[in-house]
Design a binder for this molecule. Structure first.
Ligand SMILES: [Zn+2]
Length: 152
């Protein structure tokens, strides 16, 4: 799972993975998903690579998500507002809601989970950015929808 064969589609059908909702950001000049929550590689979710959570407050990677900290990837049971999607992010970026598998170290909370590892499994591209959908599908090998429910 750490370094999947790049020639094969990413497989995240892990028995112990949770499935939750979250958002990613895209900039118009960079076709990779990223998040403002701390992730490895500067917040970029590299296609076909497990995203590893890091802690902005200094927790050792091996203890992320730390029960006494707020670190880890957040996955919600239900779709909803994401406090990380700020007005500035909405102005500067394309916001991509979707679902991710989370595994590794998992802490269950009131609205979902915090996990140490994650990978997108389904994305909803806004209608106005529908041209991005085929590239995202090819790169991440996950299901990609345009927000008017049309599947590409
Ligand atoms: Zn932490």
């Amino acid at each position: 799972m750490e370094s999947p064969d790049p020639r094969k589609p990413m497989e995240v059908a892990l028995d112990d993975a949770v499935q939750g909702w979250r958002h990613w950001l895209l900039t118009r000049d960079r076709p990779e998903l990223y998040s403002t929550q701390w992730a490895s590689q500067g917040g970029v979710w590299t296609p076909r690579r497990t995203a590893l959570a890091t802690c902005p407050y200094g927790c050792d990677r091996l203890v992320v998500p730390n029960p006494s900290c707020s670190c880890g990837f957040y996955l919600r049971r239900e779709p909803g507002e994401d406090p990380d999607i700020t007005p500035q992010a909405e102005r500067d970026c394309i916001v991509i809601p979707g679902r991710a598998a989370g595994w590794g170290k998992v802490i269950e909370g009131g609205v979902g989970w915090r996990t140490s590892k994650a990978y997108p499994t389904e994305l909803w591209v806004p209608y106005g950015a529908a041209w991005l959908a085929p590239g995202l599908k090819e790169a991440y090998k996950c299901k990609v929808n345009v927000s008017n429910e049309v599947t590409v």
